[in-house]
Design a protein around this ligand. Structure first.
Ligand code: PGA
Length: 250
């Protein structure tokens, strides 16, 4: 994995046939990318996404996984199941999971552990609510989420952790963090990693920004010293916009 990673988070969008069509549209537009490119698709789209991306430079991510290997957890999907399919990545701890589906820092940690054990690479999402930013506790919130999520993760395993800083107030709102705000928090998270591990691990870790990143603002955000990529929601559903963001990640 390279340092710069642009990942699309499709959320609950695109049926399998629509997913195939979108990937076919994205493929030629990103084939010369100098960063890593990932599409994060709904579970039912994983198979077509894997088939459509086979032999290309596009990786496939699931949007969640359970912490147990198997068992009585109706409707859940394990990391092992994803791994066997050929999925390489899994998004864990997205704020929509935390906000609407009872995800906690502790279950995020359990899912991270399960994903690493299965051999997946994790895109770990952290980020503050607007009230927390206004209270001046953004750094503390992100540090806490990061530390708890990474409990029991070794320095070696950090090569399979991507962190996505996603301020909740910027997700799907059209209200992007300024490049300075994004860079400041990404740098704070990098300091947390340096304290947990060491400077080399911190420097090598990919820290993305996410939250209303689009074709128009990506270049400025991605030019920041501590922003190593993006996790893109809405704009990842439009192939030309996603490709523009990929091209901006140099
Ligand atoms: P957005 O979503 O780009 O639509 O704001 C980002 C995300 O939730 O990962």
């Amino acid at each position: 994995m390279g340092k710069y990673v642009i990942a699309g988070n499709w959320k609950m969008n695109k049926t399998p046939s629509e997913a195939k069509a979108l990937i076919e549209e994205i493929k030629p537009l990103v084939k010369d990318a100098t960063c890593d490119v990932i599409v994060g698709v709904p579970f039912v789209d994983l198979q077509v996404a894997l088939e459509a991306t086979a032999g290309t430079n596009i990786g496939v991510a699931a949007q969640n996984c359970h912490w147990a290997k198997s068992g009585a957890f109706t409707a859940e999907i394990s990391a092992e199941m994803l791994k066997e399919m050929g999925v390489g990545y899994v998004i864990i701890g997205h704020s929509e999971r935390r906000q609407y589906f009872g995800e906690t820092d502790v279950t995020v940690n359990q899912r991270v552990r399960a994903a690493l054990d299965a051999g997946l690479t994790v895109i770990l999402c952290v980020g503050e609510y607007l009230e927390q930013r206004e209270q001046g506790i953004t750094a503390e919130v992100c540090a806490m989420q990061t530390k708890i999520a990474l409990q029991g993760v070794s320095a070696d395993e950090m090569s399979r952790i991507i962190i996505a800083y996603e301020p909740v107030w910027a997700i799907g709102t059209g209200r992007t963090a300024t490049a300075e705000q994004a860079n400041e928090v990404c740098a704070d998270i990098r300091k947390v990693i340096a304290a947990l591990y060491n400077d080399a691990v911190a420097a090598a870790t990919t820290i993305q920004y996410g939250g209303s990143m689009n074709a128009g603002n990506a270049a400025e955000l991605l030019a920041q010293s501590d922003v190593d990529g993006g996790l893109i929601g809405g704009a990842s559903l439009k192939a030309p916009d996603f490709a523009t963001i990929v091209a901006a990640a140099k």
